[in-house]
Design a protein around this ligand. Structure first.
Ligand code: ADP
Length: 489
């Protein structure tokens, strides 16, 4: 399909009446409440989603609970087949999904296309685990005993996802949940629910049993909170801001439900003088400007060895100025708008704070006037460790660059944060690169442009960046309980 037709199809889908997907059926909300969906590229309303409430969540959890016994008893191969079928359905609809995502979130459609591909790969990777989860035999201290462990699915999972990579995030939650044999209620972000609703259509089409996957749309404080509070939910898998994540702790205490939290970051990019400087500058720039910096692993602090500071900063500034900011639906756009006017103002607030605290803007720093929520990629220098732009997650295209003298200082600066999600290290010397990788407190360290995310690679945060790991074997086991069975011989 050509992209104009795809755009029209995405607009038509967004404009449809949207309901919740519960027990394999589309069900209107218990209340008539609706939430406007806004295209961040134009600021116009493209449709409405249902504002789910506690009653809707209750129905969805009931459906997921009813589906759990049969689904958890379904053989791994059969569950894997359905997961592969969903992956195939995603790919068969890849460009339509990408256009819908671009319209709803603002990201370039090309990048959204990579998200769809990543989602399909994630399903296929996790499908491989569905039939391979096993416990171990245990050598007992007690005489005349034999024991072993088994892995049981934890039960109904509430998956709560953010708006920055809506489809990829939703599927990254669903894939290990399904592989572990759990059933799920997915609550997409209220700003970007369209791709999850389209996903639900595909879920119905490929034949998942009713109630295995349910989607309830709505506000975080209402539908999201109801899911977290619900006694029938065994685990909440949450990705979002650290502030919201902390708030969920108290609510989860009600039934001591399990909680995995993938939260914010203030990730450092550390560039040593012996690095491939052109690659490092490009990597540093794109790590924070990609998706307009609305990325939990964004490299929002760049630490550069003093002898090459001017050279690297010049390259980063040049890249920042050259980035093509524009509509996600235009073919040559590199980065799209921020998600909302409110978020853009928040990001701009950080730029103002940086300036007033004494840091200097070398590139960008302004929002684009006119339609949509666009902002220029922004580079700060002369930021001090105590400045807010050095400490707080901005979630926008804003980077602060600081010089360091030696590895010890670089590592101390990299670790001078309450977060610990991700870091990048650039050096041609393996001892320098690996030494830093081992000493930086972060869940993922990317060396010389290594990938930040892969379905096989555990992902999650140290410190206040979260609890638990997604992806890899750990990511699936996170949705199981270990049961020990001992036998007296
Ligand atoms: P952001 O501030 O970036 O929007 P949030 O952490 O607020 O990130 O949102 C991430 C997800 O968490 C969204 O789906 C949102 O609706 C949901 N959410 C927000 N507040 C709550 C809450 N109190 N309980 C459960 N979910 C919530």
């Amino acid at each position: 399909m050509d992209s104009n037709l795809e755009f029209d199809a995405a607009r038509a889908f967004a404009g449809q009446e949207h309901n919740h997907f519960i027990g394999g059926e589309w069900q209107p909300g218990a209340s008539a409440g609706k939430i406007d969906s806004i295209d961040p590229g134009s600021g116009t309303v493209i449709g409405q989603i249902a504002a789910g409430n506690a009653e809707d969540v209750d129905h969805a959890v009931d459906a997921a609970r009813a589906a759990f016994p049969a689904w958890s008893a379904t053989g791994g191969i059969q569950r894997a087949k359905l997961m592969w079928a969903l992956a195939d359905a995603l790919m068969a609809n890849a460009s339509a999904l990408a256009m819908l995502e671009s319209l709803d979130n603002g990201m370039p459609a090309r990048m959204a296309g990579f998200g769809v591909m990543g989602a399909a790969e994630n399903l296929r990777y996790n499908a491989g685990w569905a039939g391979k989860l096993a416990g171990e035999t245990v050598s007992m201290s007690a005489p005349d005993h034999q024991a072993f462990t088994i892995r049981e699915p934890v039960g109904v999972v509430g998956a709560i996802v953010p708006w920055n990579f809506p489809l990829a995030m939703a599927v990254a939650k669903l894939a290990p949940i399904l592989a572990a044999g759990c059933t799920v209620v997915l609550k997409p972000a209220e700003l970007t629910s369209m791709s999850a609703l389209k996903l639900a259509e595909l879920i119905a089409e490929v034949g998942f049993p009713a109630g295995v996957i349910n989607v309830v749309t709505g506000h975080g404080a209402e539908a999201g909170q109801a899911l977290v509070d619900h006694p029938g939910v065994a685990k909440i898998a949450f990705t979002g801001s650290t502030a919201t994540g902390k708030g969920l702790l108290a609510s989860a205490a009600g039934n001591l439900k399990r909680l995995s939290l993938e939260l914010g970051g203030k990730s450092p990019t550390v560039i040593f003088a012996d690095a491939n400087l052109a690659a490092a500058a490009e990597g540093a720039a794109m790590s924070v400007f990609m998706n307009s910096g609305q990325v939990c692993v964004a490299g929002s602090r760049v630490l550069i060895q003093r002898s090459v500071f001017d050279q690297v900063i010049e390259a980063i500034v040049a890249r920042a100025r050259a980035i093509r900011v524009g509509s996600g639906q235009a073919p040559d756009t590199e980065i799209g708008p921020l998600i909302s006017g409110q978020h853009r103002d928040r990001v701009l607030g950080y730029v103002e704070a940086g300036r007033s605290e004494g840091a200097e803007v070398l590139a960008g720093g302004k929002v684009r006037q006119g339609e949509g929520f666009f902002m220029e990629p922004t580079v700060f220098v002369n930021a001090r460790p105590e400045h807010r732009i050095m400490r707080e997650e901005i979630f926008g295209p804003v980077v602060a660059a600081v010089p360091f003298d030696d590895a010890e200082e670089a590592i101390a600066m990299a670790n001078d944060t309450e977060y610990g999600l991700s870091a990048s290290v650039w050096s041609r010397e393996i001892g320098t690169a690996l030494g830093a990788a081992r000493k930086i407190d972060a869940g993922t360290v990317r060396v010389n442009g290594g990938a930040g995310l892969d379905p096989a690679m555990p992902f999650g945060g140290f410190k206040q960046s979260g609890w638990g790991r997604e992806n890899g074997r750990e990511g699936v086991l996170a949705f199981t309980e270990t049961k020990s069975i001992s036998i007296k011989l």
